[in-house]
Design a protein around this ligand. Structure first.
Ligand code: HEM
Length: 493
């Protein structure tokens, strides 16, 4: 056991504090099998990765790293910064579930704080538990929710699709649809960006401010510890305006509720997320924070799933045609929640898109105490590794969901049929796992499934208008670099 910490030479042992060594020994830990060779303290790797980001190649780049250095390795990443990178489902399961309490997402608070306050997406520990307990019941109720929420916005979207075979970028329409439906569901007031210019004053500028602040938050995230030096007046203004807009809606809602309570007429209102939350807290800041967090988590993600699905199907006539056969069994009627769940091929298509193109392709956690990951150490790279308090661990969902040992030799191919037999467990995590699993999973899959079915019901042909193969653009979440430019042919009466 040459790599066993017990037998390590003095030089390596000196890197560990005394108590760390005892902990590592007690837990049978080994050194991570591979540390990537580096120059300039690992700035070479940081620079290459940032370059890959700029060229929209970061996911493939990470996959190549793993092909070369294994499923788990140490990555020197700047002076005094070594990151553990993994795509091993056992490690990811430990980080997210079995050792959930040993890790936190700490790194998000500073970059996102000005927009998101202390909401669910950026908080840890008790604050996160409180947010989760507050929000969760609304999503349980929503899971069996009324399909009419989506129909209104999907039918608006369909009106924007040209009927003469000219090119349309569905990605743009999906982004508008998801902010319209999310704001209606969350605030009770839609941004109505797909409407006919009838949106309430301020609503579409909210959509713009929110997008600017979101995009700039990513820059801040990438700056890591240097975020404290970030100065950008556009970011500050866009964040303040977004918060002001939501805060005003929260204030109005609370005032209305107070008035209704006086009159004794609180019940009987139609379902609005904010109204439900307001039954449990009247803390204006808390409500503003949570609404903005959910909007951020839920808007681009669902739009990306839809855009990538249409981008991909437009190049795969066989898949489009199988999906149509399934959809046509509805004989034109609007699908119910149960219909959507029972449409096997539709579910396979969405599963396969989320496998090949996970909308959150990579993620970061930081150890908040000394802990252990189950694999990656020792001479074979299969033994437990020691993770010191403060250690950053990055996991690539993109690479994991393409591992041939779980998905076969054709794991890089788009093949919905593989889901007939596939049961990948922790190797498939588009919505994350463990206590922080995506709270909006059912909402997203219902909205996306419903939208796909309604479009398929209206159009018989789908053609790609992009010669290039899919290229991902990784911002905060994944989107399609080339949009979803297609032409659709309406069903002949
Ligand atoms: C295809 C669509 C979606 C995908 C792929 C997706 C994926 C994810 C993933 C991977 C996470 C974990 C992030 C992390 O912990 O680092 C997450 C968290 C979250 N998602 Fe989603 N999501 C989607 C749609 C939605 C929607 C529609 C909503 C709400 C309406 C939503 C609300 C949330 C919230 C609130 C969290 C934070 C949960 C927590 O930290 O406890 N998501 N999502």
């Amino acid at each position: 056991m040459a790599n066993n910490l017990r037998g390590k030479k003095k030089k390596k042992g000196a890197d560990l504090y005394f108590q760390d060594r005892i902990f590592a020994r007690k837990n049978g830990c080994f050194e991570t099998k591979t540390t990537m060779p580096s120059y300039f303290f690992g700035f070479d790797h940081l620079w290459k990765l940032l370059k890959a980001y700029g060229e929209n190649e970061s996911m493939e780049f990470a996959q190549r790293w793993h092909n070369e250095f294994g499923n788990t390795f140490n990555l020197p990443f700047g002076v005094g910064r070594t990151v553990v990178r993994t795509c091993d489902p056992k490690n990811v399961q430990a980080i997210l579930a079995t050792k959930f309490n040993d890790f936190e997402i700490a790194v998000r608070q500073k970059p996102f704080g000005p927009l998101l306050g202390n909401g669910i997406f950026v908080s840890d520990g008790k604050a996160w538990e409180h947010s989760r307990a507050l929000l969760r019941p609304n999503f349980v109720r929503n899971q069996i929710s009324d399909i009419a929420v989506y129909e209104k916005h999907v039918s608006q979207l369909i009106k924007h699709i040209p009927l003469d075979g000219s090119t349309v970028d569905l990605q743009d329409l999906f982004l508008r649809m998801t902010i319209d439906s999310a704001t209606e569901f969350l605030f009770g007031q839609s941004t109505d960006t797909l409407g006919n210019g009838k949106s309430k004053t301020g609503n579409s500028s909210f959509a713009e401010n929110f997008s600017i602040s979101q995009a700039k938050s990513l820059t801040r995230l990438l700056l890591g510890p240097f975020v404290v030096f970030h100065r950008d007046s556009e970011f500050v203004k866009a964040s303040e305006e977004s918060r002001k807009y939501v805060r005003r809606i929260v204030e109005e809602t609370l005032e209305q509720r107070a008035l209704q309570a006086e009159k004794g007429s609180l019940e009987g209102e139609s379902y609005v997320f904010l109204h439900e939350l307001a039954k449990r807290t009247q803390d204006e800041k808390m409500l503003t924070d949570q609404l903005l967090n959910i909007l951020l988590a839920g808007r681009d993600t669902t739009a990306a799933l839809l855009s990538i699905t249409f981008f991909t199907m437009a190049k795969r006539e066989d898949v489009w045609s199988k999906l149509r056969t399934e959809v046509l069994k509805l004989e034109g009627r609007q699908p119910s929640f149960e219909d959507l769940k029972s449409m096997t091929y539709l579910q396979w298509v969405m599963n396969e898109i989320l496998r090949l193109y996970p909308i959150v392709p990579f993620n970061i956690r930081v150890a908040n105490k000394n802990t252990v990951l189950p694999t990656g150490g020792g001479p074979c790279g299969t033994l437990p590794i020691f993770i010191r308090k403060g250690q950053e661990v990055q996991y690539s969902v993109y690479t994991m969901q393409r591992l041939p040992e779980f998905f076969g030799a054709d794991s890089n191919e788009f093949k919905p049929e593989r889901w007939e037999k596939l049961r990948p467990g922790w190797a498939y995590l588009p919505f994350n796992g463990g206590p922080r699993v995506c709270i909006g999973q059912q909402f997203a899959l219902t909205e996306a499934g419903y939208t796909i079915v309604r479009i398929v019901q209206q159009f018989e042909r789908l053609e790609s208008r992009t010669p290039e193969a899919f290229k991902g653009n990784v911002g905060l979440t994944l989107s399609s670099e080339y949009g979803a430019k297609v032409a659709l042919t309406p069903i002949q009466a």
